[in-house]
Design a protein around this ligand. Structure first.
Ligand code: IDP
Ligand code: MG
Length: 140
């Protein structure tokens, strides 16, 4: 089961620009099934906890300020080989380097405000899903 799920967020800038409907449409059209979905906002402390793995990186303060700056969409997605499939689907971290037609290329503003998050491993997909949702909300 865990090999078939990934976790995503639509980041504050993309929500603020009104792209959430278009991005959700693209995710569904890409064959990802939505298992759980939430419109919410992170506190600075929650953003720091979510991105704790990056706390030594120079962009950590800016990233966690940004991620707590406005509402986001959190979602658990299901597809075969979901983590790798979704990372390929959304494009490279830097929207300028992302492939044409990908969500980050179409809706990203810059390397920080790159429209969406995607889990980097099956283990982190579970941890990140559990960060936002109770197990019964996504693991059914
Ligand atoms: P990923 O989202 O493609 O997995 P990570 O390296 O895990 O990329 O970085 C997490 C997030 O941190 C990125 O999605 C982006 O929002 C932000 N980020 C990564 N590198 C930079 C940078 O060099 N400057 C500013 N923000 C960055
Ligand atoms: Mg990452």
């Amino acid at each position: 089961m865990s090999g078939n799920i990934t976790f995503t967020m639509i980041k504050p800038k993309a929500v603020a620009k009104g792209y959430m409907g278009k991005i959700i449409d693209q995710i569904i059209a890409g064959g990802f099934k939505i298992k759980a979905l939430k419109y919410t906002k992170l506190t600075k402390q929650e953003a720091e906890q979510f991105y704790a793995i990056h706390k030594e990186r120079p962009f950590y303060q800016g990233l966690t300020d940004f991620m707590s700056s406005g509402p986001i969409i959190a979602a658990v997605l299901e597809k075969e080989n979901a983590v790798e499939a979704y990372r390929n689907f959304i494009g490279a971290t830097n929207p300028e380097a992302a492939a044409e037609g990908t969500i980050r290329k179409l809706y990203g503003t810059n390397i920080e405000a790159n429209a969406v998050h995607g889990s980097d491993s099956d283990e982190n997909a579970v941890i990140e899903s559990n960060f936002y949702f109770s197990t019964r909300e996504w693991n059914y």
